[in-house]
Design a protein. Sequence first.
Length: 63
Amino acid sequence: MSMAAVGLVAGMALAFAGYFGGFGAFLLVAALGAVGFVAGRFLDGDLKLGDFSRSRERVDRRR
């Protein structure tokens, strides 16, 4: 499925939630969609658990 089709489905789901459930349902669907997106990326292997806990490397610059 192309990313345009995924975006279309996500937009339609958010629109239905906003229309029928109000703003609270809209936010709930958006938050659960974000959680599902991260879980999907994790299961596809595009994202690793260490990506969230690893600190950024600093480069010491002399002034």
